[in-house]
Design a protein around this ligand. Structure first.
Ligand SMILES: [Zn+2]
Length: 1086
């Protein structure tokens, strides 16, 4: 099960900064071990909606300059050092209650209690400069009105010390934060921030603390109306509607069948505690929430006696306590009843059937649809089994054992339970994915989507049969060895990607702490791991009893069937309309007038900016706090035989070697490009000449920390032809470099590409994933579509990941059904390999310390020597520009069953606007997203997100909205951007804040592997350090004049060059045509 944790803001700024695609670690999503992964297991929609910084190509390559000296993973083996200076028993009203050196994270962990209020603090001391703070409140709910979620959005809209409209947005604009967001879980609300700059860090903490304890929203009803819900009525003749940011965010969530499935599972598993409700808010129930209930909820739960605080990093520990006490000392201790009740285990398995809104039958994407195994996934069911594993807390070793079991059964596509589901062809893709321990009681969920409803019982039976088999037979020694290595590697590497390590650790600790269990045990896995390994080595039956106890013999089991209902979307809309009609009918003339005047008053308030004087309350750094020069990644470049290149980056990586090998895709003809993503997957998922798929997967697990293969494409500024590569990326301990390179060689050269059944599964999985994706993240499809009209890189990206790709995949699904079709596909896969693999132009990129780099060199030479010097099948000349990849310029409505819209509008500033790149563009882009677009599209418009993206490589400037109730109004807002920018006259203070906020993105914190990868990307795109310094100088000297220059550049988006692509439903798309005939072409997708 995937627990839903949601957050406050849409993507506009900080959410995702790194352009580094994580190596999909086989173990990375196994939550039971609380592996150090970015998102945990929950399907998170952050306070910021999923970001879209990675438009076609590596948009951030030129911007990801680097902050010096990231603190790498603390050395695990270090002996416990003496407690650092500054650790005190009593200070600022706190008393030290516990202290421990945690070797796993090289950290001293202190626990304090606030004497006056009883608030608890965990204060983690180490050398990590990426400092993290968080405050967590337990916020269980009694209904699905979404109070904690609305509150989570609202407290960041002004507070006692920061009496402006949105301090959160001001921080996004002006701070150097490395993380800024907030999350709502089913039972708690979490406010984390992070920064590497100490002053900036304390500024963020101060704003967040004031926000949670003294928010304006509990006295100002307008905030509640804006973020939660309100009636909107511009004049008495118009129909009444609901507006509200959370209301629309949740409409988007409820439009996604995947989200609906996980919600149904949670509610079915927990029929009698708080988890039976939706803390995020059910759009049908949200309008029942009153302001009084909202105020009461804050008064009850946002109290120090119900709070848990977290500090982590290299700052001064006593200063942390002083800062906290400044807020806590004015409160008195009191009991807060917020404990989460335990769900008693049921004695009989149950079946629960629910429905989701599906597209009209048999009309998928303009195809005939409905063919078995082919189209018509939209008409299929979600089917699975779920368990609550226990009604008492598990000890650490049991948790660890279950984590191993979960990994062994499901952790890779070759794991037996996952493989059995895939091989069954009963559905298109696995859902659930095993253990989830984000809630008080651990759960296990597994099933398939894209299932013929008549086959539902077969899915259940297959899972149970396979579990019985595994309980009896156990796992092979090689599988166990692979699991041990993978999990241990992941724990020791502690690679959290762009997510702060301190936050990852906090979420782990809080997972126990919030239920009054010991948070320290969550950070200490070394002893349990050693003990578990010796148990495995002793050879007893470790896993069989676990499978029996927690799954097979566990009667708290629910079979969930989520069936398609093509009438449901209309029924939901009709019910909402009926409710609004009823409300309107009950209103007297005076009530209607009150709603109209409230609508106008709210809009006026939203449209009135804070005064510059008011904004000075937000603490800001000075420009002099920002380094003037770029930070360089150490890079040694070496030309090898036959035109290959070796890049080495000497960085401390705690003995891990990170390696990428890049092969130029230019030699692959345009017609084969859409097949490249599946080619990449096939390389590791069909086995090699000498190993089966299972054996290959186990070897990867035993020898490395993961290997992945994927295409990479980006525009290059000033060139028509994009750069495009296939990358193979992996990581291993330094001593296993040769093993990893042997694996890569075998995968590239001898991977079998002839497993028809496996290929068919991957096609079905891809299709199902994209069809879910367009409903839950339609903005990226819309933006890719626009990019494909104006840049060849965009067109290549769309062909390998946009709507064109989905269309291709649908045809491919049919094609591989016939033997003749499959033979042709197989030949095409080999043709890609034949054109791609060559030493000529190959680039190998290594990141590790110098000794590890030197030791790896001969293995790299052997690897390259095994490749052909020049590709036998390389196309004579690249045909991408002439083969119709570029899409015709058009405005389009992509229609799917959804209650919300995603609206994009774009043009190419270089080709359409004659713009020449200046570093100031980054400042203006960010400023526009955080001011005009945020205010118009989100605050006034009620969308979850409204933002813009400028790809400095291709020149594409794209506006996007996310979970948006509007279409034409949003476009009108976009069109007002240039005039807004021209009308600005920023004070020196505001300008400085905008520049500093941008530098925060440019200098985004990176772990060493990300630094090495960024350097590779810059190498591929020809971005030099001189150019980076020039852009930096330009950013730092951005002036008001630059805002006007950029305004002129984006005029072309409003003008005749601009095109619109929206993801919406057919009815709304048609209504636009009634109002504006010929405005766009309708394209039915689902
Ligand atoms: Zn939200």
């Amino acid at each position: 099960m995937s627990t839903v944790k949601r957050g406050l803001a849409s993507a506009s700024a900080g959410a995702v900064r790194s352009s580094v695609p994580a190596v999909p670690l086989p173990g990375a999503s196994r939550p039971m071990l609380r592996l150090p992964t970015a998102g945990g297991s929950f399907a998170a929609s952050g306070l910021l909606a999923p970001a879209l910084r990675r438009l076609p190509g590596a948009a951030s390559a030129g911007r990801a300059a680097l902050r010096c000296l990231a603190s790498a993973a603390p050395a695990v083996a270090a002996a416990a050092p003496a407690p650092p200076a500054g650790v005190v028993q009593k200070a600022h009203g706190f008393t030290l209650t516990r202290q421990q050196y945690v070797k796993e994270y090289g950290s001293h962990v202190l626990m304090y209690t606030h004497d006056k209020t009883g608030a608890e603090v965990i204060s983690v001391l180490n050398t990590d400069e990426n400092k993290t703070f968080g405050v967590v409140f337990r916020t269980p709910v009694d209904d699905s009105t979404g109070i904690p979620h609305i509150l989570e959005h609202s407290v960041l809209c002004g507070s006692r010390k920061y009496p402006i409209k949105e301090p959160f947005v001001e921080l996004m604009k002006s701070s150097l934060n490395t993380f800024l967001n907030a999350f709502t879980y089913p039972d708690r609300t979490c406010y984390p921030v992070a920064s590497t700059n100490t002053q900036d860090f304390y500024n963020l903490v101060d704003v967040y603390l004031d926000a949670v304890f003294h928010p304006r929203c509990v006295s100002d009803r307008r905030v509640f109306e804006q973020e939660g819900w309100h009636y909107e009525l511009d004049n008495k003749e118009e129909p009444l509607t609901y507006k509200g940011v959370v209301f629309n965010e949740m409409k988007g969530v409820y439009s996604s069948p995947d989200s609906v499935y996980y919600r149904v599972v949670q509610q079915a598993l927990f029929p009698s505690n708080t988890y039976r409700h939706d803390s995020g808010g059910d759009p049908e129930v949200i309008p029942k929430l009153t302001f009084q209930q909202f105020q009461d909820f804050h008064a009850k739960y946002y109290h120090p006696s119900n709070a848990r605080f977290w500090f982590y990093g290299d700052d001064e520990p006593v200063k942390r306590l002083a800062l906290l006490d400044g807020f806590l000392s004015e409160f008195e201790r009191r009991p807060v009843d917020s404990a989460v009740a335990t769900q008693a285990l049921m004695h009989e398995p149950r079946t629960v059937t629910e429905y989701y809104a599906a597209g009209a039958a048999g009309e998928e994407g303009g195809e005939e649809g409905g063919a078995p195994g082919g189209g018509g996934e939209a008409q299929k069911a979600y089917v699975g089994l779920s368990w609550v594993l226990s009604d008492t807390p598990l000890d650490v070793e049991t948790e660890l054992a279950l984590g191993f079991l979960d990994y062994l059964m499901l952790g890779t596509p070759a794991a037996p339970l996952r493989k059995a589901l895939n091989d069954s062809r009963l559905g298109a893709a696995v859902i659930g994915g095993g253990i989830d321990d984000d809630l008080k009681q651990p759960c296990f969920t597994l099933g398939l989507k894209g299932v013929d409803p008549a086959d539902a019982d077969k899915v259940d039976a297959l899972i149970l049969t396979k579990l019985r088999e595994l309980a009896a037979s156990g796992f092979s020694a090689s599988a166990i060895e692979a699991a041990v290595n993978t999990i241990e590697f992941s724990l020791r590497e502690n690679n959290t990607g762009s997510f702060p390590r301190g936050l990852s650790l906090m979420l782990r600790a809080v997972g126990a702490w919030i239920y009054d269990q010991d948070p320290f045990t969550q950070m200490q896995w070394e002893d349990a791991l050693a003990s578990f390994k010796s148990k495995l080595a002793a050879g007893g039956d470790v896993f069989g009893p676990l499978i029996h106890k927690y799954l097979l013999d566990n009667t708290h089991r629910v079979a969930v069937r989520l069936l398609p209902d093509s009438a449901k979307a209309a029924a939901i809309e009709a019910a909402e309309k009926a409710e609004l009609d009823r409300a309107r009918a009950a209103m007297k003339e005076a009530d209607l007038e009150a709603v109209v005047s409230n609508t106008h008053a709210l809009k006026e308030l939203q449209e009135t900016p804070d005064s510059p004087e008011a904004l000075t309350c937000i603490p800001a750094l000075k420009l002099s706090d920002i380094p003037k020069t770029i930070t360089k990644v150490p890079t040694a470049s070496k030309a090898l035989a036959d035109g290959a290149t070796l890049l080495g980056h000497d960085l401390f990586t705690n003995d891990v070697l990170y390696l990428e090998a890049a092969f130029d895709l230019q030699a692959v003809p345009a017609r084969l490009l859409p097949l490249v993503p599946l080619f990449c997957r096939s390389l590791t998922q069909m086995g090699t000449a000498t190993e089966s798929f299972v054996e290959l997967t186990e070897r990867i697990g035993r020898k490395t920390g993961g290997i992945s293969v994927y295409p990479f494409t980006s525009a290059v500024r000033g060139a028509e032809q994009p750069v495009s590569y296939v990358m193979i990326r992996g990581k291993a301990m330094g001593g296993k470099a040769a093993d990893m390179l042997d694996l890569m060689r075998d995968v590239l050269l001898t991977a079998r590409l002839d497993d028809k059944a496996r290929f068919g599964q991957m096609v079905a999985e891809t299709k199902a994933g994209m069809e879910s994706g367009i409903i839950s993240g339609g903005h990226s499809y819309a933006a890719k579509r626009l990019g494909a009209q104006r840049s060849l890189a965009g067109a290549v990206g769309e062909a390998m990941g946009g709507l064109s790709y989905l269309e291709y995949i649908r045809q491919l699904a049919k094609k591989v059904e016939s033997e003749e079709g499959w033979q042709a596909v197989k030949a095409d896969l080999e043709a890609i390999r034949g054109a791609l693999l060559q030493r000529k132009g190959a680039i190998v990129n290594l990141t590790a310390d110098n000794a590890t780099l030197a030791a790896a060199e001969s293995a790299v030479a052997d690897f390259l020597a095994a490749l052909p010097a020049a590709a036998p099948a390389a196309a004579a000349a690249n045909d991408w520009a002439t083969s119709g990849l570029l899409l015709p310029r058009a405005s389009e409505a992509l229609t799917v069953p959804t209650q919300v819209n995603y609206v994009a509008k774009a043009a190419n500033l270089y080709a359409d606007g004659g713009y020449e790149l200046q570093g100031s563009a980054y400042v203006v882009e960010k400023y526009l997203g955080n001011t005009w677009l945020w205010d118009r599209v989100r605050v006034v418009g009620g969308a979850y997100g409204g933002f813009c993206s400028f790809d400095s490589h291709s020149g594409m400037f794209t506006y996007m909205s996310y979970r948006d109730p509007n279409l034409l109004d949003t476009i009108e807002s976009y069109d007002g951007s240039a005039d807004y920018l021209r009308g600005l006259d920023l004070s020196a203070d505001e300008l400085t804040k905008a520049i500093i906020g941008t530098m925060g993105d440019i200098d985004a914190y990176q772990l060493p592997d990300a630094k090495g990868y960024s350097a590779l990307v810059r190498h591929l795109l020809g971005v030099t350090d001189d150019e980076r310094q020039l852009r930096r100088d330009q950013i730092l000297s951005t002036s008001n004049k630059d805002f006007k220059t950029f305004a002129d550049a984006i005029d072309c988006v409003r003008g005749s060059a601009g095109r619109v692509v929206a993801v919406t439903n057919a009815e709304k798309a048609g209504k636009v045509l009634e109002e504006k005939p010929g405005f766009w072409e309708l394209k039915k997708v689902l």
